[in-house]
Design a protein around this ligand. Structure first.
Ligand SMILES: [Zn+2]
Length: 484
């Protein structure tokens, strides 16, 4: 419960495009980025007389998602027509599932600050995506373009909708839910889950209530396309509703959209404009009645899921839960970690580098670990240079950031810049002699018993060596020269 006396109630609906080779009800390819309207056929354009056939792989992918979320697979489920008129819907109805979805009653556990909470999954159902509309020019009035272009390449791509129970209690929890769901889908290999390309997008239903009271009036926020947006939109909306309720106003039931630039939610349409979809069973498709054996084969093929993976990594490599969560966040980060270890890096050290320097480089660049510009082998080499004393940790960190920015191998940069530490005692001794000559008063004070001056002299020598002196070597040469 939040401090101001309200409980936040959030339910999430996430849409995920499945990564099948062909569309949901026809043989058109699904690949992203084709010339507009080149990946279409009479079926996905809804031409009269064309007949849909369900994509077996899409049904399998949906069942895998259901099984990974602990759902029951319905012995019989149906496709329905959801009727509405919109230019990106060539058939003027969308084939979806209504009262008999493929998967029901599952759960997803999320952890916030060490607190584990279970979010119920109401249903996982299968449908088809719509096309894309591009609005061109502006008349000056809100939501009015001069003309619009429609691309049907996306129309008919298999889409899974995952609906949660209203069990989520904060914006952060909603973010964890989406992030964990995304990680599960990625692990299952059923979708590329690229939120920025729209292959995963979430709607959030949110309301506030006083503890012990029934649900408040809910508002739906549509099309949140990043985990960050989920957090920002919900944080804004919680505050907006709280202010309204505190002022004695009523929250209006409506659909809102999140304006990324302004960081606010805005009314899209009110409840009065809500559609009546006039659902009815799709007469051209047979019910889905998966055999027990098919379901069990799929259950047996489930990979290690993120939660189990995190626990295994933590135990196997003696990592903290936070480190294990970071390493096990995705298949790509786990593979990076494994390759670092394969390159001779200690597991804890690998985790520290990944959560430190690597994360620092990736985040502002907005790059995923799979596209990082320093390979695990390159980083392992750099860490080895620290271990054998060729460079110190500070230099290594600087080299890493430069290597990342320039897309170079870190070890090559060390050699190119001649950054190796000076450990040759005769070289150090001549610098030490110069420094002592230039700092006679300090040398006197040290010799008179003022121990703390040693640190100053040490600093002067390191500075003269441009930070490349090997600290233990410098220290011993300096002590010897000072004679105490
Ligand atoms: Zn087609």
């Amino acid at each position: 419960m939040s401090a101001n006396g309200y409980e936040t109630v959030i339910g999430l609906e996430c849409h995920v495009e499945l990564s099948t080779a062909s569309k949901m009800f026809c043989a058109c390819p699904t690949e992203f980025g084709g010339e507009p309207n080149t990946r279409t056929c009479p079926v996905c354009l809804g031409e009269p007389g064309s007949l849909p056939v369900a994509n077996r792989k899409a049904v399998e992918h949906t069942m895998l998602i259901g099984l990974a979320l602990g759902c029951e697979i319905a012995p019989r489920s149906l496709f329905h027509r959801k009727n509405y008129f919109y230019p990106d819907m060539p058939k003027n109805y969308q084939i979806s599932q209504y009262d008999l979805p493929l998967c029901v009653r599952g759960a997803l556990d999320v952890e916030v600050d060490g607190d584990r909470r279970r979010v119920g999954i109401t249903r996982v159902h299968l449908e088809e995506d719509t096309g894309k509309t591009l609005h061109v020019g502006t008349t000056g009035r809100i939501h009015e373009a001069v003309y619009s272009l429609v691309d049907y390449n996306r129309a008919g791509i298999p889409l899974v909708e995952i609906v949660s129970e209203p069990d989520v209690r904060s914006a952060v929890e909603a973010q964890r839910y989406v992030s964990e769901l995304r990680s599960i889908l990625e692990t299952l290999g059923v979708s590329d889950v690229r939120m920025e390309e729209g292959s995963m997008r979430c709607d959030a239903n949110i309301s506030l209530r006083k503890p012990g009271e029934g649900f408040g009036t809910k508002v739906e926020i549509k099309n949140l396309n990043s985990i960050r947006s989920v957090g920002r939109a919900l944080t804004f909306e919680i505050e907006r509703q709280r202010k309204a309720l505190d002022a004695g106003e009523r929250v209006v039931q409506e659909t809102r959209h999140f304006d990324e630039g302004a960081g606010v939610t805005k009314t899209l349409r009110s409840k009065e404009e809500a559609f009546d979809y006039r659902y009815f069973p799709e007469p051209d498709l047979v019910p889905i009645e998966p055999e027990r054996a098919w379901i069990e084969t799929l259950r047996g093929s489930l990979p290690e899921l993120p939660e189990a993976r995190r626990e295994r990594i933590a135990t196997e490599h003696a990592l903290t839960p936070a480190q294990a969560a970071m390493v096990g966040a995705s298949g790509a980060s786990l593979s990076y970690f494994d390759r670092l270890i394969g390159g001779g890096v200690e597991p804890r050290e690998a985790a520290v580098w990944m959560s430190g320097e690597l994360a620092r480089a990736l985040n502002p660049a907005g790059v995923g670990i799979e596209e990082t510009r320093v390979s695990p082998a390159g980083l392992a080499e750099l860490i080895a240079l620290v271990r054998d004393g060729t460079i110190n940790l500070n230099t290594a960190k600087k080299v890493f950031q430069e290597a990342f920015a320039a897309g170079k191998e870190p070890a090559a940069l060390v050699a190119e810049r001649n950054l190796a530490q000076v450990s040759d005692t005769s070289a150090i001794a001549s610098v030490v002699a110069d420094v002592l000559a230039q700092n006679a008063p300090e040398v006197e004070r040290y010799r008179a018993g003022e121990d703390k001056v040693f640190g100053f002299l040490m600093g002067q020598v390191m500075k003269a060596l441009k930070g490349q002196g090997k600290p233990d070597a410098v220290q011993s040469v300096l002590r010897e020269a000072l004679g105490r």
